[in-house]
Design a protein around this ligand. Structure first.
Ligand code: GLY
Length: 352
C-alpha cells in the first residue's frame, strides 16, 4: 500500500480503513480477499453507473449492475431491482457489494447492502471528490422520496472505502467544484483530527495541502466526528454546516446548482446569519469568504431567489424538530442552533 494514506474510522468491531491516494482502487482485490468477510469474500456484486466509466478488479468472481445515471437512481425502485439482481446472482452473506461511483452510487449500493439479507458487507470505491470526502465515508445510505431527499435509509458502515485520487484528474470541472463546496466546510469543523493533521503536516490551512493529504485530512475530520456520534444524536449534525440554505435551494428545484455549489452559497449565508446574531465578528465572516474564494466558489444567490419561499422551505425541513435549526459558527466553534429567528434569516438573505 505504498503511497496510500490510511485513515481509520473507529467504531469498535465495525471499524474500517479509508485508503486515499493515486491508484487506491487497486487495493480492492487484497481488501476483499483479506478483510471484508471472515475467510475472504467469495463473490462481489459491483454497483455502478454508466457515466462513471471506471473498471475495478475485485480479484474474485463478480457481476456488475448498472443503475441509471443521475440523482433519479436514488429511489426505492432501484433498491428493489438491485436486490432482485443480487438474489438472481445468489449473493449471500459470505459475499460483498462494491459501490463504484459518487454519492448516488454509494448511497444506493450501501442501502441495498444494508437491507439485502438483512445486511451484507459493502466496500466503496469513491470516484468523485464529494464522494471521497463525504458521501462514501460514515455509513449514511438511503434514497429519496417524492416528499423529500434521503427520507428512507439506514446507517450501514462500509467495510472499507477506497479514495483513488487519480480518478479526480478526469472529473469534469463542475463536478470537481461541487466537491470543493463540500470540502470548504471542513475548514470550519475543527476538532482534534483537524488539529493533528495540520500540525503533523506543518501547514495551517487545508487548502495548502497536496490533494491526497487534503482528501485524507477531510476523511480524518469526518472519521473523528462519525466515531464520536455515528447516528447523528448530536455532533455529527455539524457535518451539515452550510446545508440548510443548500437544501432549500435544491428543494426549490429550479436553480441549476450541484449540491456542493449550493453548500458553498450556504456556508457564506450561515456565516452572515451567525454575524447578525452576534455569534462571530466581521473577520470570521471574511475568513469564510476567503476560503470559498480560494476554491473558486461562487457564493451569490442564484437569480430569481424568492426570499419568502426560501424561509418557507427552511421551515419544511422534514428532519428538523425545533423550529428552523441551523448549524452556526460561534465563540465555541460550530453548534446546532434551534429556533433561529426568521427575521434574522430574512435580513441575511437580503445581505447576500
Ligand atoms: N454528509 C453528512 C454526514 O455524513 O453526516
Amino acid at each position: 500500500m505504498s503511497g496510500t494514506i490510511r485513515v481509520d474510522v473507529s467504531l469498535g468491531d465495525r471499524s474500517y480503513p479509508v485508503l486515499v491516494g493515486a491508484g487506491a482502487r487497486r487495493e480492492l482485490a487484497p481488501i476483499l480477499r483479506d478483510t471484508v468477510v471472515t475467510g475472504g469474500a467469495r463473490r462481489a456484486a459491483v454497483v455502478t453507473q454508466a457515466g462513471i466509466g471506471l473498471e475495478v478488479d475485485p480479484g474474485i468472481p463478480f457481476e456488475t449492475f448498472t443503475i441509471p445515471d443521475g440523482e433519479h437512481a436514488k429511489e426505492l425502485g432501484t433498491i428493489g431491482e438491485l436486490c432482485s439482481e443480487f438474489a438472481r446472482m445468489g449473493l449471500t452473506r459470505r459475499d460483498v457489494v462494491v459501490g463504484v461511483g459518487g454519492g448516488v452510487v454509494t448511497d444506493v449500493a450501501g442501502f441495498a447492502a444494508a437491507v439485502y439479507h438483512r445486511g451484507v458487507a459493502v466496500v466503496h470505491v469513491a470516484t468523485t471528490l464529494l464522494g471521497q470526502i463525504d458521501a462514501a465515508v460514515g455509513g449514511k445510505t438511503g434514497v429519496n422520496l417524492a416528499e423529500g431527499k434521503n427520507l428512507v435509509g439506514a446507517f450501514w458502515q462500509p467495510a472499507a472505502v477506497l479514495c483513488d485520487t487519480e480518478v479526480l484528474d478526469t472529473l469534469p470541472e463542475r463536478e470537481l467544484r461541487a466537491g470543493l463546496g463540500e470540502l470548504a466546510k471542513y475548514h470550519f469543523i475543527g476538532g482534534s483530527a483537524a488539529e493533528h493533521w495540520l500540525s503533523s503536516t506543518g501547514k495551517n490551512d487545508l487548502s495548502a495541502l497536496p490533494i491526497d493529504e487534503r482528501v485524507a485530512a477531510c476523511v480524518a475530520i469526518k472519521a473523528e466526528v462519525v466515531s464520536s456520534d455515528e447516528t447523528e444524536g448530536g455532533r455529527r449534525a455539524l457535518l451539515n454546516y452550510g446545508h440548510t440554505l443548500a437544501h432549500a435551494l435544491e428543494i426549490a428545484e429550479r436553480f441549476d446548482l450541484r449540491h456542493g455549489e449550493a453548500v458553498a452559497i450556504g456556508l457564506r449565508y450561515a456565516a452572515l446569519v451567525a454575524r447578525m446574531m452576534g455569534r462571530i465578528d466581521d473577520q470570521r465572516v471574511a475568513e469564510h469568504e476567503l476560503v470559498l474564494e480560494a476554491y473558486g466558489l461562487d457564493t451569490a444567490l442564484p437569480p430569481g431567489v424568492d426570499h419568502d419561499e426560501i424561509i418557507e422551505l427552511f421551515g419544511r425541513d422534514k428532519k428538523a424538530t425545533d423550529g428552523i435549526t441551523f448549524v452556526l459558527d460561534g465563540p465555541n466553534g460550530l453548534e446546532m442552533v434551534p429556533n433561529v429567528d426568521p427575521s434574522v434569516l430574512r435580513s441575511a438573505l437580503e445581505r447576500m
